[in-house]
Design a binder for this molecule. Sequence first.
Ligand code: GLA
Length: 730
Amino acid sequence: MAIVYNEKKQTFSLHTARTTYQLKIGNLNYVNHLYYGATIRDEDLSYLIRRYDRGFSGNPYDSLQERTFSLDAQPQEFTTQQQGDFRINSIEVQNSDGSFSFDGRYLSHRIYNGPFTLDGLPTPFATEQDTVQTLELTIGDAITKIRVTLLYSVFEESDIIVRAARVHNSSSHRVDLKRIMSVNMDFMNGSNMDLISLPGRYGQERQVERQPLTHHVHKIRSGRGISSHQQNPFVALVDSTANEEFGSCYGFALMYSGSFLAEAELDQYDQARLVMGINDRLFSFPVEPGETFDTPAVLMTYTHKGLARMSHNFHHFFRRNLNRSKFVRDVRRPVLINTWEAAFFDFDDEKLVNIAKAAKDMGVEMIVMDDGWFGKRDDDNSGLGDWYVNEKKIKCGLTELVRQINGLGMKFGIWFEPEMVSEDSDLFRAHPDWAMEIPGRHAVRSRNQLVLDMTRREVHEYLIEHINRILDSANIYYVKWDLNRAITDLWSNALPADRQGEVSHRYVLGLYRVLDGIVKTHPDIMFEGCAGGGGRFDPAMLTYFVQYWSSDNTKPLDNLKLHYGSSFLYPVCTMGAHVSEASPMVPFETKAAIAMCGTFGYELDATKLKKKEIRACKKMSDLYHKYYDLNFFGDYYRLANPFEQVNLVAWECVSKDKSEALVTVITVNLTVNGPQEYIKCKGLEPDKYYRVEGGTGSLTASGMALMHAGLPIPREIPEYTAFIYHLVEI
Ligand code: GLA
């Protein structure tokens, strides 16, 4: 049983295969968090809570004269408000009388099989191989009649617990939610913990930062209306000594594509608290009597086996429980060529056919027509919103163009940027009020485009109808769904003045609604997400998109860092990675080896390549297919950290049965007459013997030797050489 309720002790133990999470209905019916860590039995761990009279930490009135009971020191499942807990909080609600108080005590619970779902927000699903149980535990305020149901779905085999919160207004007045987090996680001992996050910027997404948790509030957030290039909705709290192989690691990933917030704090007693959810900045969401409000879900995992295992737990889950598309597992994704860096806006049907013809010899299986095919779009100043084919460029029409491409034995993909509108477009001229703009002000322009008001039904309907019309007009195999600016000017003409605090969240709900109407109605199309590269690469997006364009930066060496950082949360099969003309000093083979640590493709003008380069590409496209299963479904290990001063960067994918592995090594800095370098493999079966092909020859060694003594890497070779070692059990 994944969830065990002990009625006598009033404890709930949530068991995954290797972890236990425990909570308890404690004193005065406050719900205590007792434990999250390696598996324990269903014993009551409330002995861990020690009570003292702590100065300046108040006591709830009904604790009577008991000075040792303070919510300021109690580990809790969700916080109260104005009840003496001064730490970061998970709820802030303004009641109809203007007060800000919420005193949530246990009311009821229920346990059922299967995962919870949320209103208008994506959640993970259970497959036939999963055992999933859900606990819904409701706390409520006896005076204000506001209730919060804490939702926990336990995915037993995957060591993943999914959490969210649902607010019910059972009063007869409207209340305003000013802040509502998806998760509150208390740690009774938070000293010696590090916080890991994935900050970045445009062109340099998901770098890795690790810092000690100290006595202040650490804030990781996006306020850009999208999950953003600058931060990713992921944090880990780990032992300060944790490394790839050892140490306690707690990982948290928010399934949300808008402005988000994660806060972590080490309190005055060295207890830690982490909260994560929708960003409360510019957020104020009214909940009317009888209504509910759902927060997005958070995926949580724990392991004491280090960072690699934490990542594997997420990778495994992402591959199995987020996206039902056949392109996740059953249908192999084709090698693609994207026209963006080859032609930008300057193309027509003939040019596309020529690129496709040339690319065919590179082993390319699909051409993607990027930005510029619709409306009046010769540069990025016009045309967005006009989702009809520009017949000056695609003279033969889309259906015929796709037919010609298919005739070459290639598939066809197309680009959209649905959420945006250019002022110079027919759509804007017809519906200027569909663009978000604050009354009396001019909207902020970015890439010279405005943002459609995604809170409005008529906008949803316009997008669903026009985009589906294009998708149904030709044999389209793939869609790249882009977004190229952050969201500003939070205002909707469709909402009254006192409900403008909903806009940011309603934008995201609207986006999911449109995605449902387009992606879910086209199960045979493969969808890739993009936001100026990886600006909205998040777990919620991966419920719609099987892969996400990692970055507009295709420089291979920058991609080493980007892939390394992304791999903390995202599996290889989700990371879009292309070989391009960038960094001419790096050989094609090396670029391809790096792009193979992702969903492989090209972003260049195939008609301009030399015969030799075409042949090199063909070889690399064949390798992508040869190692597809290993890369896409194997366990990924980070072997050398590109953020450190290293001479080599390396990673490895090991098949689930450990019979095969692929080790990729890139030389980034080789000194003349330097020391012999070794790379230690990971995840192999110690007692098995492996034949290793690659480098400058072949050898045979045991898993033990390869993991503990390592693989010697050839010396005196030029920098930016790639070695791909294929290990096969003998
Ligand atoms: C964004 C994407 C690019 C390309 C352009 C087109 O920047 O990340 O890959 O599609 O838009 O305008």
